[in-house]
Design a protein around this ligand. Structure first.
Ligand SMILES: NC(=O)c1ccc[n+]([C@@H]2O[C@H](COP(=O)([O-])OP(=O)(O)OC[C@H]3O[C@@H](n4cnc5c(N)ncnc54)[C@H](O)[C@@H]3O)[C@@H](O)[C@H]2O)c1
Length: 261
């Protein structure tokens, strides 16, 4: 097999959650361009547009309306990939949302539960129902979207629930890698730094809080700039393809060097 063939996803069946915008949309475009059939999953009409754009560009994509906190919907999502493409090779557990940017003593129980459910419990549900298809195949790749806030604390705006959830994703990655290594599965995490996406726009957050966050991000970034979603395409293909077969339980930080400081 040639080195370039190692990165091909021809004939693979891939699910991407949160594929309607930002990082998930870029991942869906990338895996389709690399040859995979892709199920674009998400809560809004944006997934129809994302799948339609991939189709128009000559790729194979379908949209599946899915709230990743709803177990029945997640089970149906994984079944849809098998129904469409005959198997399930790769799942990007990527859907997520921000915190409410409140310190713990001001946050409500409902806000905490919402952030943990959206960013951590959703990953448990996606992995659970993906693995049920992958075990009989004795192959599969799970790629969980973590965050640098799952690896270090935030020193700009407070993100307690988000940091706890993403820290959970980081160590869940390692735990799952060990649980399923002997079954031919790999489990790795993409850990983004600061990307220009819609994150946080579903929350009623004061603009000044976002300004502080962005300012803090820019100060921390060695490159002095926020990254674009397209910049995660290469690492996504690496983790989804044969090129990364020997990589397991790894947290691949895509942060422009931020954590090197
Ligand atoms: N943008 C960044 O700087 C950054 C940094 C670190 C980690 N991340 C992570 O990257 C992932 C993608 O976020 P993004 O930055 O592209 O933001 P985004 O808001 O553009 O994309 C997130 C997508 O997830 C979807 N989503 C949210 N809750 C959902 C649910 N319950 N069910 C189904 N879909 C749901 C949203 O509709 C949206 O399309 C998230 O897990 C986020 O935490 C982002």
């Amino acid at each position: 097999m040639s080195v370039l063939d190692l990165f091909s996803l021809a004939g693979r069946s891939v699910v991407v959650t949160g594929a309607g915008s930002g990082i998930g949309k870029a991942i869906a475009e990338a895996v389709a361009e690399a040859g995979a059939g892709v199920v674009c999953a998400g809560r809004s009409d944006a997934i129809d547009e994302a799948a339609g754009a991939i189709d128009s560009a000559g790729g194979r994509a379908v949209a599946q309306r899915t709230d990743v906190t709803d177990e029945a919907a997640v089970e149906a999502l994984m079944a849809r990939a098998v129904a469409e493409f005959g198997r399930l090779d790769v799942v990007f557990c990527n859907a997520g949302s921000s915190d409410y940017y409140k310190p713990v003593h001001e946050a409500s129980r409902e806000e905490w539960d919402d952030v943990i459910t959206t960013n951590l419990t959703s990953v448990f549900l996606c992995v659970k129902h993906a693995v049920r298809h992958m075990l009989p195949q004795q192959s599969g790749k799970l790629i969980l979207t973590a965050s640098i806030w799952g690896e270090i604390g935030s020193d700009s705006s407070p993100v307690p629930g988000y940091a706890a959830a993403k820290g959970g994703v980081v160590n869940l990655t390692r735990e799952l890698a060990l649980e399923y290594a002997s079954d031919g599965l790999t489990v790795n995490a993409l850990s983004p730094g600061f990307f220009a996406t819609n994150i946080g726009q579903d929350k009623d957050v004061d603009a000044s809080v976002i300004d502080v966050l962005v300012d803090g991000a820019l100060k921390r970034m060695p490159t002095g700039r926020i990254m674009e979603p397209e910049e995660i395409k290469g690492t996504s293909i690496f983790l989804a393809s044969k090129a990364s077969d020997a990589v397991n339980g790894h947290i691949l930080t895509v942060d422009g060097g931020l954590l090197a400081a």
